[in-house]
Design a protein around this ligand. Sequence first.
Ligand SMILES: Cc1cc2nc3c(=O)[nH]c(=O)nc-3n(C[C@H](O)[C@H](O)[C@H](O)COP(=O)(O)O)c2cc1C
Length: 234
Amino acid sequence: MDLTQAILLRKSRRSYKDEPIPQMQADALLRSIDELNAQSGLHIQLVTDKQAFASIRKNYGFFKNVPAYFVLAGNESDPKLHEKVGYYGELLVLEATRLGLGTCWVGSTYDKAQTKAELAEGERVVCVVSVGVAAGNDTLRERTIYSMIHTKSKKLEDLYECDETPPPAWFLSAMNAVLRAPSARNKQPVRIIYKDGKIEAATGEFQVNKIDLGIAKCHFDLECKNGFQFKNEL
Ligand SMILES: Cc1cc2nc3c(=O)[nH]c(=O)nc-3n(C[C@H](O)[C@H](O)[C@H](O)COP(=O)(O)O)c2cc1C
């Protein structure tokens, strides 16, 4: 399975088997983290500890048996920190999916005070991603939470502007990957604009929107076959 196939398979998983990540998958994740940190300058870490998701009050009861999480951290002076966290964090999420693991981006429903992270001077944690062996098919509990926090998905046409009618096939296939990008509360706030031969992406001003922007750019790049890559601007 490659990362574009992982895009089709990924969905947020919040209930896990009460077991650690198998060694082979954990080693593969650590190798990916090293590569992504070297490319991005971020300080992504894999933390095997249950405390950040142990308090039901802090996780609103959304999560069960989370065995580990990725800490997505980086230098707070980097003006593109949130966007980079979205882009490189999503590459890691898709790698975990490829390895058969479940994941969920988590910006708020975890215990920040209990999060274990090694931070150098000037670094901060932006958010985390839970990771582990998912509890079989979607559990009833997961489906209930999904309907509570997952707003209605948008249509493909709502996600782009294009001055060619119809838009070129390569653009539409990249947009189909953007349609599947996870976003906070599934708000899908990112627009891709393709005009006068130029590709741009826009979103709201909140920091969480910038994470969503990075995630959407990552999905676009993975399916974009005309040579353009948002990665070159990060
Ligand atoms: C930046 C970001 C923050 C998120 N924060 C949370 C969170 O705090 N708690 C939670 O349960 N899900 C969180 N999610 C998961 C979204 O609710 C989920 O991705 C969205 O509903 C789309 O569903 P899907 O991932 O299954 O496609 C977050 C997602 C993103 C991208």
